[in-house]
Design a protein around this ligand. Structure first.
Ligand SMILES: [Mg+2]
Length: 246
């Protein structure tokens, strides 16, 4: 086996970088990753949870990559072993979490919008997902809310109120999708995983959404990484071959 470059790691986003979105990796990508691992240390970082990642990269993903960072690294594995976990619940604590949820539910209760359904706040492991209409609305109701929100700015007004009220918690608010917004601590983007990579002096990151507002932007821009923008899994393959296997 060739000697792997010490201090260097190639770190990959998942969707549109190693695989088509939510799809399994192609046999040629799996083969390529094996070859690449002979010469460099490799890792994957994704916002998805571990079951989605192994669904796309295969059941042996833990053995095929040196590092697997699911949920942006809130769940971190090295050599197949769990090396760290973090959750919003343990980070904020129940008191602060309750304070935030109580205020937000009151705010939603006082909102006069055409319809409301159910599940206004969902606590996930690394974030709160907040929806003024409620997550269990139908697709038509979603579409209607999205249009209504474009005119009345329900979500962006809500974000400015929450941002001011909870400034002391250093939270990031992100409006995404049609009906909701995500709330998570500052720094809980893909850069979160970098805390596990102190031993590497050269971290090459490959991702597709490296533009401002994209979920690869922060890690791509980080001083700790050498960022590479890719346009597809094929492009990832091409760029890595030129960089590491030439
Ligand atoms: Mg991606």
């Amino acid at each position: 086996m060739a000697v792997r470059k010490p201090g260097l790691i190639a770190l990959f986003d998942l969707d549109d970088t190693l695989t088509a979105p939510r799809k399994a990796a192609t046999p040629s990508m799996l083969e390529f990753i094996k070859e690449l691992r002979k010469v460099v240390t490799i890792g994957v970082v994704s916002g998805s949870d571990l079951s989605k990642i192994s669904g796309q990269l295969g059941k042996t993903v833990m053995n095929d990559y040196d590092y697997v960072f699911s949920e942006n690294g809130l769940v971190a594995h090295k050599d197949g072993k769990l090396i760290g976990t973090q959750s919003l619940k343990s980070f904020l604590g129940d008191e602060k979490l309750k304070e935030f949820i109580n205020f937000t539910l009151h705010y939603i209760a006082d909102l006069d919008i055409p319809i409301k359904r159910g599940t206004f706040i969902e606590l996930r492991s690394g974030m709160l997902n907040v929806s003024p209409i409620g997550r269990n609305c139908s697709q038509e109701e979603r579409d209607e809310f999205e249009k209504y929100d474009k005119v009345h700015n329900i979500r962006s007004k809500m974000v400015s109120v929450l941002r001011e009220k909870f400034a002391h918690l250093n939270l990031t608010f992100s409006i995404g999708g049609q009906i909701s917004l995500d709330v998570f601590p500052q720094g809980w983007d893909k850069t979160y995983c970098l805390r596990y990579l102190d031993e590497f002096s050269e971290i090459h990151f490959f991702g597709d959404k490296t533009y401002k507002g994209g979920n690869d932007h922060e890690i791509y821009e980080s001083e700790r990484t050498v960022g590479h923008t890719v346009t597809s899994p094929d492009d990832t393959l091409k760029q890595c071959k030129a960089l590491f296997l030439a």
